[in-house]
Every structure is written in structure tokens, then in C-alpha cells.
Design a protein around this ligand. Structure first.
Ligand code: CAA
Length: 390
């Protein structure tokens, strides 16, 4: 591990929809005489963010990118690449990032593309952008991850939905996280989770998806330590933050304990979980799964509490599947930068939807009464979306 590398995440901005559903209330509604304690402890989720019917992955991505540029006064003339990562795209050809490029007023000389590998594509885009900046090919890049996580109504996955976007600015001398060279990888073909063309919701094998996730996390970690020639317990001890892709909080918790078992580092596992992992679960437990953006929302949650230049380890998982482990050094300004976003205040300002309102807006595209400011879908003609700002 080389913690001194000075390219990485200079700015991070999260867009979280203004409505939410209480997961306990939803589980009770669907219980049908069953005790809800099993499913609630299986997922550990409190609330899920619900977008308006006129929001889509492009509007959320544009809100995140424009918000980031405005909030951190980013120099638009230096942005030479914008990549959008999503697994809820509505077009098989046109990249969502083309819309975002226009909505965020980026220059013509910007590389624009979209990437896919379930929840891991944003990580691949981030690592590519870091390499391109490190090699001097581009000055800065924006990677935006945006997803609406929607499952079949009444399924056990319904309690793990969510929506949102995270934009990252990749630059030299980053003020949030300097990403160290070297990664660990674990990939194998598995039918744990996929969304066939034309289907509104994915096909999910819940148990298989959890098993594959844990196998991949342990595999990418052991690949990393082998390549870096470092003892697993030394690396685990060196990390102050261990941050996971968080489809629901209990998944990250299970993965951490599985990793401790796999590496024989169980002596202080409970204490380590409380200190190194739990802070990253706080915001995700109120937002839900945001697929590609999930790891980076967990990073924001962890860094709300960062006070010094800690080492962070990050696990990215994409169903199907692939997994990456990588590490970085937290910049001294990171905590202040993240706290300046006021994410906790944003969460408490959201409107709680009744289950009937949630079903109407999320499954039937109906309207709900709540204030909205930002980009929205104005119309869809011949499948082509027109956007506007309200
Ligand atoms: N009230 C009471 N009990 C309920 C209930 C309710 N409302 N809803 C479900 N239950 C019960 C079920 O009856 C079942 O009980 P028994 O075991 O006694 O039969 C129990 O809760 C569990 O339900 P399932 O067996 O249906 O659930 P599962 O084991 O298939 O797991 C899950 C499902 C993973 C927890 C689910 O939330 C899910 O499928 N999520 C989506 C997939 C996912 O996120 N996987 C994580 C790894 S993949 C990944 O990370 C990529 C990604 O982002 C998707």
C-alpha cells in the first residue's frame, strides 16, 4: 500500500430525494400475520428514500453534479471527463451523462460516457479516472453514480430499496481521499441478481446474492494483501475506516465479521466493528440501497466523523459478479468538507410518506404533495426525455 499517492476524491456531493418510507411500517403492512422481527433484523434498514415520479437517474445525477460544482466552487474549465455509472438506465444507446454534461454546463472538450457493471461500475470509473489524472491525460474528472433501486412489490427485497446519486470530483492533491495505487479483485459468473431487458425490476436470489457478496469481499481482500505482500491483520489494524457497498446495513456488518473470520482477526472484532464500520452505516440506513452510489454514500457517512488523516479501506461489489478492494488516505479537510453538505439535516427535512402514498408514487408514477427544487423530467416523446429545472 502506498498511502502517499496524491490523486483521488477532491469533492463529494450526495443528492438524496426528499421523501422516505419507514421500513418497519412497510414490513408491518406486508406481514400477513408473520412476526416482522426476523426480516427487520435480517436487513437492519430504518428508512428508504423515495423519489418523485418526475425524477430519474439523469435528474438525480444532474442534481449531484451541479450541486457539487456550486457547493465546492469547482473549476468547470478543468473538468475533462464525465462518467455516469448506473444500473437503472432507460436507454440502451444514449448515455445519461450526455444529458448531465449539458445540464451541468460542462465544456465541449469533455469526454462523456456511461458504464455498467451492477453496483461496481462507479468504482471502475473512479479508478480509471484516478489513473488518467495520475498519468496526466486529463486534469480533473467527474464520476457520478445514480440509481433508483426498485424491487417487486411484496418481495423480501422491497425493504432494501432506495434512490439517490453521488458525484465525485477526481483531482490531484485531493481534499477528501487520496487513493493508493493497487487494488484487489474477485470476479466470477453467478446469477444472483440481474435485470433482463424490458423488465422494470431485477430477478433476485436473495440468499445467493448474500453468499456471492461475502465470497467476493473475502476474495478481493485476499487478492489485495497477496499483491501488496502485507499480512491481513496488519492491513485490518492499519485501517481506521472499513467501508462496504451497503445494499442494507446488515449486509456490510455480515461481510465485516466474515472477513474477520476468514483472516483469523476475531480478537477485537466487535470493538472494531463499532469504531471502523458502524459510522459508515448511519446515512445508508436512512437512505437505502443506491446501487452504484451506495459505497460512496457509506464513505460520506464514515467521513462525517473523520478528524485526522486516517487510512480507509473500501469494498465495492457488483452482482453478477465482481468486487474490488482498494484503500486511501483521508485528507485532513475531509470531515469539514463532508459536514458542510449538511446531509443529516437534509435527511431530517424529508417528508415521510404513508404506505399508500409510497405505492402510488413509486409503483404507479402518481403525484404526491411535497416541495421540489432541481432538475425534473418535463416530457417523454418517442422515448426521448426532455428535462427542465424547477
Ligand atoms: N413480515 C414478517 N416476515 C417477513 C416479511 C414481513 N413483512 N417479509 C419477509 N419475511 C420473512 C420471510 O417469510 C422469511 O422468513 P422464513 O425464513 O422464516 O421463511 C424471512 O423474512 C426472509 O425472507 P426471504 O427468505 O424471502 O428473504 P431472503 O433470504 O431471500 O433474503 C434479502 C432477502 C437479501 C434480505 C432481501 O432483502 C433481498 O433479496 N434484497 C435484494 C438483494 C440484495 O441486496 N442482496 C445483497 C447482496 S447483492 C448486492 O449487494 C448488490 C445489490 O446492491 C443488490
Amino acid at each position: 500500500m502506498n498511502p502517499g499517492a496524491a490523486v483521488g476524491i477532491d469533492a463529494l456531493y450526495a443528492y438524496i430525494p426528499g421523501n422516505y418510507v419507514d421500513v418497519r411500517e412497510l414490513a408491518e403492512k406486508r406481514a400477513n400475520g408473520r412476526d416482522t422481527s426476523k426480516i427487520l433484523s435480517l436487513v437492519g434498514q430504518k428508512e428508504m428514500a423515495i423519489p418523485f415520479g418526475f425524477e430519474d437517474p439523469v435528474t438525480m445525477a444532474a442534481n449531484a453534479v451541479a450541486g457539487m460544482i456550486r457547493h465546492f466552487k469547482a473549476d468547470v474549465s478543468k473538468i475533462e471527463r464525465i462518467v455516469m455509472a448506473t444500473e437503472s438506465a432507460f436507454d440502451f444507446s444514449k448515455a445519461g451523462s450526455s444529458f448531465v454534461h449539458e445540464m451541468a454546463k460542462l465544456k465541449r472538450g469533455t469526454e462523456v460516457y456511461e458504464v455498467k457493471h451492477a453496483c461496481a461500475s462507479g468504482t471502475y470509473a473512479l479508478l480509471d479516472a484516478v489513473n488518467a489524472v495520475r498519468a496526466g491525460e486529463i486534469e480533473t474528472a467527474v464520476v457520478v453514480m445514480s440509481d433508483i433501486c426498485r424491487y417487486k412489490k411484496g418481495s423480501s427485497a422491497e425493504y432494501t430499496q432506495g434512490a439517490g446519486a453521488v458525484a465525485l470530483l477526481v483531482a490531484k492533491n485531493p481534499k477528501i481521499l487520496a487513493i493508493s495505487p493497487g487494488t484487489g479483485t474477485c470476479s466470477f459468473n453467478v446469477a444472483d441478481f440481474y435485470r433482463p431487458a424490458g423488465s422494470e425490476t431485477p430477478v433476485v436470489d436473495g440468499r445467493l446474492s448474500m453468499e456471492s457478496y461475502i465470497k467476493a469481499v473475502c476474495g478481493s481482500f485476499s487478492d489485495y494483501v497477496e499483491k501488496a505482500q502485507i499480512m491481513p491483520h496488519h492491513l485490518l489494524a492499519a485501517m481506521s475506516h472499513i467501508i462496504f457497498h451497503t445494499p442494507f446495513p446488515k449486509m456490510a456488518e455480515n461481510a465485516f465479521f466474515a472477513l474477520c473470520k476468514e483472516t483469523g482477526c476475531r480478537r477485537r472484532e466487535k470493538e472494531d466493528f463499532e469504531r471502523k464500520v458502524k459510522p459508515s452505516l448511519s446515512i445508508p440506513s436512512s437512505v437505502g440501497n443506491v446501487y452504484t452510489a451506495s459505497l460512496y454514500l457509506a464513505l460520506a457517512s464514515a467521513l462525517e466523523n473523520a478528524t485526522r488523516d486516517d487510512i480507509a479501506g473500501l469494498f465495492s461489489y457488483g452482482s453478477g459478479c465482481t468486487s474490488k478492494f482498494f484503500a486511501g488516505r483521508v485528507a485532513p479537510q475531509a470531515g469539514d468538507r463532508i459536514r458542510s453538505l449538511g446531509l443529516l439535516k437534509q435527511l431530517s427535512a424529508r417528508r415521510r410518506l404513508s404506505i399508500a402514498e409510497y405505492e402510488r408514487v413509486f409503483y404507479e408514477g402518481g403525484e404526491i404533495d411535497n416541495e421540489y427544487r432541481g432538475f425534473r423530467v418535463r416530457s417523454i416523446r418517442n422515448g426521448y426525455r426532455e428535462y427542465g429545472l424547477v
